[in-house]
Design a protein around this ligand. Structure first.
Ligand SMILES: Cc1ncc(COP(=O)(O)O)c(C=O)c1O
Length: 391
């Protein structure tokens, strides 16, 4: 991969060491230019003139087509959303619940999984069953823990593809097949998926996969996509009603509701400029080819883990190797407060990473545009903070 060429499209990141793509990725010029150009076209040419309307609709249909290539699914299975959390809510609020239904989740989850699930518990009488995952758990242990928690009462199993807290990559297809044996649905929080690891909805065997544009794809905020397996579209009811709900209605209150198409989730006016930026982000990732991008993301993580392992006083919470790995690494500096350390890295060295309070640790994202020199710079800075904490 030609990293120099990619970085020439990201002029601002040369002034800092940006290692926080798992929170939000910096958008390259091809994304920013696509947003600007669409905004100018709409603003200066009359946003509802026929040509502009048509090209706006094309941006939306292109978006579904691009996501379908990235996910290996059909464009008809893609709902354009605002972000990961939006898609998770669409599913949780749209499935038909009965009191006593159970939802299985795990204890490493992001608030975007936990809080909508807690709300379901209090509003619908659904029971939550929490799988506990040890930091040393491998895929086999995790499969067994899910298998012993999933029962005939389980209606939904929901979990993150890659855990935001530790970077653990979950055994998605294995959990999905356990869930499907009892007729449960599987919702994956794919916030850390697209642009980070290669994805294939068929191989993963999931029912619903919710994802953002602003993280590893390097797209703009307020863009995302939700995969709904085609045969389950009728099962998910829209909880918010807009233009897409019915194309045939009258003033007496009669309407024919759309059931079979994801069009039923379309609300109202959305931003074509932001969606144009999202499309540009995916187009570039597809051009680079996801297997190459994933390989580079993980190679950089390997260098980071080797560097951190060589420092005295560092406790790495992330799996060190194997199928459990991703390009997120969470670690602690013994004796140092995680938020203070993150602040010091910015003040002293212009390095951006984030604190993970739930683990009392710090998390680094290594993305394909990062360089080996940046990783080494971070490792040196961490060693200094560790020495300071020991002194
Ligand atoms: C695992 C996980 N889920 C959900 C989210 C929230 O994502 P979004 O802002 O796209 O809703 C994040 C963001 O960091 C995340 O890491």
């Amino acid at each position: 991969m030609d990293v120099k060429k990619i970085r020439s499209l990201m002029p601002n990141i040369n002034d800092m060491t940006y290692l926080n793509t798992g929170w939000s990725g910096p958008s390259p010029t091809y994304v920013v230019d696509a947003i600007k150009s669409r905004l100018e076209i709409e603003s200066f040419n009359g946003p509802t003139s026929p040509e502009i309307l048509e090209s706006g609709q094309k941006i939306m249909s292109d978006s579904k087509m691009l996501v379908s290539k990235l996910f290996n699914c059909m464009p008809e299975e893609v709902v354009l959303t605002d972000n990961t959390t939006d898609g998770i809510n669409l599913i949780l609020n749209g499935l038909p619940w009965k009191p006593g239904d159970e939802v299985v989740l795990c204890d490493l989850e992001h608030p975007s999984v936990l809080l909508p699930a807690y709300n379901l518990q209090s509003s619908k009488g659904v029971r939550l069953r929490m799988v506990s995952i040890d930091l040393s758990s491998n895929h086999n242990d995790i499969k067994q823990s899910f298998a012993s928690t999933i029962t005939g009462r389980t209606r939904l199993v929901m979990f993150s593809h890659i855990q935001y807290s530790t970077g653990l990559r979950m055994p998605v297809s294995a959990i999905a097949s356990i869930a499907h044996k009892v007729g449960a649905r599987v919702l994956v929080d794919g916030a850390q998926g697209p642009g980070h690891i290669d994805l294939d909805m068929n191989a993963l065997g999931v029912d619903f996969y919710s994802s953002p544009g602003q993280k590893w794809l390097l797209g703009p905020d307020q863009t995302g996509a939700l995969f709904i397996k085609h045969n389950l579209i009728p099962e998910v009811q829209p909880s918010r009603i807009g233009f897409g709900f019915s194309s045939n209605f009258n003033l007496e209150g009669r309407f024919d509701a759309v059931t079979q198409s994801v069009d039923k989730f379309s609300m109202s006016t959305t931003s074509a400029p932001l969606r144009a930026g999202y499309n540009a982000a995916i187009t570039k990732i597809l051009e680079l080819k996801m297997p190459n991008v994933e390989k580079r993301n993980l190679e950089l993580t390997k260098i980071l883990k080797e560097g951190l392992s060589s420092i005295d006083g560092i406790n790495i919470l992330t799996p060190l190797d194997g199928n459990e790995c991703s390009a997120l690494t969470t670690f602690q500096i013994n004796g140092a407060d995680e938020s203070e350390a993150v602040l010091q890295l910015w003040k002293n060295d212009k390095i951006v990473i984030r604190a993970i309070q739930s683990q009392k640790g710090m998390r680094v994202s290594t993305s394909f545009f990062n360089t080996e020199d940046e990783i080494n710079k971070l490792v040196d800075a961490i060693e200094q903070l560790s020495n300071k904490a020991k002194a």
